[in-house]
Design a protein around this ligand. Structure first.
Ligand code: OSB
Ligand code: MG
Length: 386
């Protein structure tokens, strides 16, 4: 394929209501839409929505980098294969990557210079274009046996028990079977009242997951899970700080539910330790699940590799957005469809938290499920989005 045209379009997403996590408050998300167009006028779309609190590059570095990569790519030929896209982004010299096309050295070997959000955007745009050229939905490039449905969780953004209960009832009435609630950063009594309010509001059959965003110390996490476990938890994301995998492992050993590593995956050392058999962590899986954030891990293909390696060690994997726009969530939905297991719902229902979500795109969940169509690529066009 020849990349005939490229463009970079700034994107600004305002949240309906600021989202409070133990990292701080998110009120607005800023990033870029990437467009690559082939000679026949097909348009591939990608999105960069950096989240520096999760270890990505800054908005400014992301923009400068994408501009440079796109101008390098313009007019170039790439092979029509996932391999050629990998080679284009590969940090390795041609003899290692065996490339047949252009190479822009996106994926850095050294984490210090990594640009995961920019890598994500370019990879997604090229995958979207390739899938369209092959006439297949994007997930088929990732796995032949990709699922057509992806279950998603509702993220409850309210703060008080009363408001949470109302939000939870509404989400269940909309058909969501899994609810997610941010905890930590407040007294345990307050979190217990919030979790209890949600459980009382929705009854025992709805899955309830918590996300502490690393905000508990190890003793805090043990105390919290001893108490909150009584309300029936599906899992808890990142109970303890990201770098201390041994603490995470110890928390998992006595937790009443699955512990999912999320922020830990943004640290290259912690990720390496998670994905290798470490005798210090008992020689088995460190935790029950890993959370894949394509924006943080630098694209769908790196996420797929992490999922495969996690599965080999006995860890589940699921995908979440990082409060992204439609294009990134679409890519993440295709990744979720291609994972080894779809047992855990994906965190891709965040459109309901955004102030101006575009209408009429096919990635709105219906009754807690995103259904993937057989439209080639992502099935989105930039005209309908900006
Ligand atoms: O999982 C979801 O439903 C939404 C994703 C989410 O919670 C999130 C959004 C922005 C930044 C971090 C996180 C997180 O999972 O920790
Ligand atoms: Mg999380």
């Amino acid at each position: 394929m020849r990349i005939a045209q490229v463009s970079l379009i700034p994107l600004r997403l305002e949240l309906r209501q600021p989202l409070k996590t133990s990292h701080g408050v998110h009120a607005v998300r800023e990033g870029f839409l990437v467009r690559v167009v082939d000679e026949e006028g097909r348009e591939g779309l990608g999105e960069a929505m950096p989240l520096p609190a999760f270890g990505t590059e800054s908005l400014e570095d992301c923009g400068v980098t994408l501009n440079a990569w796109l101008s390098e790519l313009k007019g170039q030929f790439l092979g029509d294969s996932v391999r050629a896209i990998e080679d284009t982004l590969s940090p390795f010299p041609p003899a290692v990557a065996r490339g047949d096309g252009v190479r822009i050295r996106a994926r850095q070997v050294t984490p210090a210079g990594a640009m995961p959000a920019a890598e994500h955007a370019l990879e997604l745009a090229l995958l979207d274009l390739l899938a369209q050229r092959q006439g297949v939905p994007l997930c088929w490039l990732l796995a032949e046996e990709a699922r057509t449905e992806v279950a998603v969780n509702a993220l409850l953004g309210a703060d008080t028990p009363e408001a949470l209960a109302e939000e939870a009832r509404q989400a269940v009435a909309e058909g969501f079977g899994t609810l997610k609630l941010k905890v930590a950063g407040r007294p345990l009594d307050a979190d217990e009242a919030r979790v209890k309010a949600v459980r009382d509001a929705v009854g025992p059959d709805v899955k309830l997951r918590l996300d502490a965003n690393g905000g508990w110390s190890e003793p805090d996490a043990k105390r919290a899970l001893d108490r909150l476990g009584w309300y029936g938890l599906e899992l808890v994301e990142q109970p303890t700080p990201p770098e201390d995998l041994a603490a995470l492992w110890r928390v998992q050993r006595r937790a009443p539910c699955t512990v999912a590593a999320d922020e830990s995956l943004a640290s290259p050392d912690a990720l390496r330790a998670l994905l290798t058999v470490d005798p210090l962590l008992g020689g088995g899986p460190a935790v029950g699940a890993v959370v894949l954030k394509p924006m943080v891990l630098g694209g769908l293909l790196p996420c797929l590799v992490v999922a495969m390696r996690a599965a080999r060690l006995g860890m589940q994997a699921y995908v979440t957005s990082s409060m992204d726009g439609v294009v990134a969530r679409a890519g993440a939905a295709h990744l979720a469809a291609a994972l080894p297991s779809g047992a855990l719902a994906s965190g891709l229902a965040v459109g309901r938290l955004l102030a101006k979500e575009p209408e009429g795109h096919p990635y709105h969940p219906q009754r807690g499920i995103i259904r993937l169509s057989s439209t080639p690529g992502l099935g989105l066009s930039s005209q309908s989005l900006v």
